[in-house]
Design a protein around this ligand. Structure first.
Ligand code: UD1
Length: 421
């Protein structure tokens, strides 16, 4: 397995182009299953999770054409199988996103249950309850979800808990259902809005995306024939590089990003002492060589502080001035990075779902590894400020969600290289 070797201590400096959002590309690729004509998706990030999704769709018989700029043309008219096997779903939980479109358009699906993951139990009960309320016949046998339906029927759904992929699955199912579906307590994440925009471009009638009540008037058919839809920029990738620059006392300018989607993160970076300027599609952060001040935060669904940025801010607090608390409310076990940071000399106490971090003046390099995507990225950030060498192992987690992380960081002056296995 590849590793990253990092020599810490260089302030990041320079310009960086942000990639398309993984968490929008995954539901939109699944949403292409709903289209009667071939649809093209652009600004797709070059990531393992995208390759996995393409393999999943390809195995179903969906015809995919990829050009050199990673525009992906998806034609679901050749579909032959409605099956998502365990060996694919276990490597990428977001595979569950094919469930709603398959049942809505083809009337059947057999999708492996995702099971637990490193950051918590992560059930999909709300996806299944919602589809059942729309009239799907659902059973779970031998670890697989079996779903069938003639035509789904619109209904009113009140989600017990805010769920991003759950909202997306149900929105896609409702787009082809008979009648109107109301989803209350829906996720408001920008990626949910991007999916709604994509579906609407194909003729769907989704209203209220970005609020907590979605109204979806079902239509007979959707067609993305001739449509070229560009995925929105990745707000988590943007946030990760901003934190990296802040931690190293550097100055960077992000291009092709969306500052309006990062309010909660930018507020916290300013609180940490960063000077931030923004335009419509760029963000500039300058730490003027200063050490960051520690910031307390609490994760929650959008528009509050994203759980996907929690590990990176934990890393920043490790070397910041002062003590701060970080409370995780979305996933029950998302502090796997803490023990590894302690091995690098961090002063962190864990009390239930809160990490109390007192900044130290220096971390020290060490071999480390993490068990999920954002935790792995946070260890890279810690390595950028640590004295000596840090080796981050199991970086296949990072490759799932960050496009060419070592190239992008090198471009900003970091001393980082990939050691192939
Ligand atoms: C998505 C993101 C992930 C992000 C997370 C929270 C994608 C592909 N992934 O994951 O990067 O960290 O949102 O912002 O977009 N829950 C239930 N029952 C369900 C569904 C969820 O209890 O049926 C719970 C989960 O266990 C969790 C909470 O709801 O505690 C939020 O999870 P959810 O929003 O569903 O996360 P994902 O959609 O899997």
């Amino acid at each position: 397995m590849d590793k990253l070797l990092i020599s810490g201590g260089t302030p990041l400096s320079g310009d960086l182009r942000v990639s398309g959002a993984k968490n929008a590309a995954l539901p939109i690729l699944a949403g292409a299953l709903l289209s009667e004509g071939a649809v093209t998706i652009g600004n797709v990030p070059h990531l393992h999770d995208i390759t996995t999704t393409m393999e999943l769709l390809g195995r179903m018989g969906v015809h995919l054409v990829v050009d050199e700029k990673l525009n992906i043309e998806v034609d679901a008219s050749t579909i032959k199988s409605f099956y998502a096997p365990y060996e694919m779903v276990k490597t990428m939980r977001a595979s569950i996103l094919v469930l709603g479109p398959l049942v809505a358009r083809f009337g059947r699906a057999e999708v492996s249950l995702p099971g637990g993951c490193a950051i918590g139990t992560r059930p999909v009960n709300l996806h299944l309850q919602g589809l059942a309320a729309m009239g799907a016949d659902i059973s779970v046998r031998n670890g697989y979800i079996h779903a069938t339906a003639k035509r789904l029927k619109g209904c009113r759904l009140v989600l017990d808990q805010i769920t991003v992929t759950g909202t997306e699955n149900l929105m896609m199912a409702a787009a082809l259902a008979e009648g109107t579906t109301i989803i209350e307590n829906a996720a408001r994440e920008p990626e949910v809005v991007d999916l709604a925009d994509f579906l609407n471009e194909m003729g769907a009638k989704v209203y209220g995306a970005g609020t907590d009540i979605l109204e979806i008037e079902g239509v007979q058919a959707l067609s993305g024939k001739g449509l070229h839809y560009n995925i929105l920029p990745d707000r988590i990738e943007s946030g990760t590089y901003l934190v990296a620059a802040a931690m190293t006392g550097g100055r960077i300018r992000l291009k092709n990003t969306r500052p309006d989607l990062l309010d909660a993160v930018l507020i916290k970076l300013r609180e940490a002492g960063a000077h931030i300027d923004c335009g419509e599609n760029w963000i500039e952060l300058d730490m003027r060589g200063q050490r960051p001040k520690s910031v307390s935060l609490r994760t929650a669904p959008y528009p509050a502080f994203p759980t996907d940025m929690q590990a990176q801010f934990t890393a920043m607090n490790c070397i910041a001035e002062g003590t701060a608390t970080i409370t995780e409310t979305v996933f029950e076990n998302r502090f796997m990075h803490v023990q590894e940071m302690q091995r690098m000399g961090a002063n962190i106490k864990l009390e239930s779902n809160t990490a109390i971090v007192t900044g130290v003046s220096r971390l020290t390099g060490a071999p480390v590894m993490a068990t999920d995507l954002r935790a792995s990225a946070s260890l890279v950030l810690a390595g950028l400020v640590a004295e000596g060498q840090t080796i981050v192992e199991r970086i296949y987690h990072i490759d799932r969600g960050y496009e060419c992380i070592e190239e992008k960081l090198s471009q900003l002056g970091a001393e980082i290289k990939r050691i192939p296995s």
